[in-house]
Design a protein around this ligand. Structure first.
Ligand code: UFG
Length: 339
């Protein structure tokens, strides 16, 4: 089964390509390499023994995508990861985010009609829930006004897909709302490759442990949580990748109950920043230099998933412990060294 994976050399994309190959699918990667590098293909090949087809294409380039689909007839589904994802950057440069994230999706949906591609799995985010009133958060929780242009693009993309599916009648979609993806492949052949100073917690933790950063700043210990630091649902990237395989199979085998289905992809457990630091130190034996600083603007206090719907209806469940996940992130960092 041919699956077009946009953003397929990125963090979540590359892990999904591995799981697709393991499941006997034929992924075709599209990536503009703006936030990843071609060496990721070597990592995938080492893990799977197969080098996936790769096209260096920016999804804003509709003609290039059109040509690719002409060349690769019979694509069953698209998994659309390719998007800009830095919250802070999106506040500074909103048009870049609206252009990248919306135009890419519109191009793909228009081309799906033309090339009769029936299924799309979309990378959405728990950011659409904002600070939920009820925790754990289910898929039925209200969508809240986005706190950043990035978050807004996720909401708008969900709406674009829903409207297109309802007008089209032939296309089906699954929207996966990710919680916080972390970790690396257990082989340490692929992982997260943040460019510059990491904005996310785990790469900052591993870089600090490796001596690349002097000290981790914990953004706030005065939240209304048991230890005062923010709580998130940290999901292993391989577990997350497997959710995509299940989703494309569900669409391909027409097991979906509605033309657009939405699933929370999380573990169901919330961990605080201080708990993450504690577990990291325990499993790696590395002492982490950290200090408490003020809150980061725009941070949600606490959010974790109710994954029951994904567990029962999609038939997917997070399997890996946070201990092995943090260890995998550390193994990957050790492999990268001081880069
Ligand atoms: N944190 C620190 N220090 C750091 C970095 C992060 O204390 O150096 C804290 C944050 O304040 C937050 C937690 O660690 O409490 C997690 O922060 P991340 O930046 O790793 O993740 P976020 O939950 O803020 O954001 C992530 C994605 C966004 C997405 C959002 C919700 O990065 O793209 O989840 O889906 F929008």
């Amino acid at each position: 089964m041919k699956i077009l994976v946009t953003g397929g050399t990125g963090f979540i994309g590359s892990h999904t390509v591995v799981e697709l190959i393991n499941a006997g699918c034929e992924p075709i990667i599209v990536d503009n390499l703006s936030n990843s590098n071609i060496g990721v293909l070597d990592g995938i090949e080492k893990i799977c023994g197969v080098r996936p087809k790769f096209y260096e294409i920016d999804c804003r380039d509709k003609d290039a995508l059109d040509k690719l689909m002409e060349e690769n007839k019979g694509i069953d589904s698209i998994i659309h990861f390719a998007a800009s994802k830095a919250v802070g950057e999106s506040v500074e440069n909103p048009l870049l985010y609206y252009r990248n994230n919306l135009v890419s999706l519109i191009n793909l949906l228009e081309l799906m009609k033309k090339h009769e591609i029936k299924n799309i799995v979309f990378s959405s985010s728990c950011t659409v829930y904002g600070q939920p009133e009820i925790l754990p958060v289910t898929e039925n929780a209200p969508i809240q006004t986005a706190l950043s242009p990035y978050g807004n693009t996720k909401q708008i993309c969900e709406e674009i897909i829903t409207d297109t599916v309802s007008a089209d009648g032939n296309i089906s979609a699954i929207l996966l709302r990710y919680f916080n993806p972390i970790g690396a492949h257990e082989s340490a052949e692929i992982g997260e490759l943040p460019i510059g100073v990491p904005q996310n917690l785990i790469p900052y933790v591993t870089q600090t442990a490796a001596g690349i950063r002097e000290c981790l700043s914990v953004f706030g210990d005065d939240y209304n949580t048991p230890d005062g630091s923010c709580i998130r649902d940290y999901i292993n990237v391989t577990d997350l990748a497997k959710a995509h395989v299940v989703a494309v199979k569900r669409l391909s085998e027409k097991l979906n109950k509605k033309p657009v289905e939405i699933f929370n992809i999380g573990t169901g457990k919330g961990l605080s920043v201080l708990e993450i630091i504690d577990v990291f130190q325990k499993v790696t034996g590395v002492k982490l230099n950290y200090k408490i600083v003020g809150r980061r603007a725009g941070d949600i206090e606490q959010v974790w998933a109710d994954p029951t719907w994904a567990n029962t209806e999609l038939g997917w469940k997070a399997e890996k412990s946070v201990e092995e996940t943090l260890l995998s992130a550390w193994r990957w960092q050790e492999k990268l060294g001081k880069k």
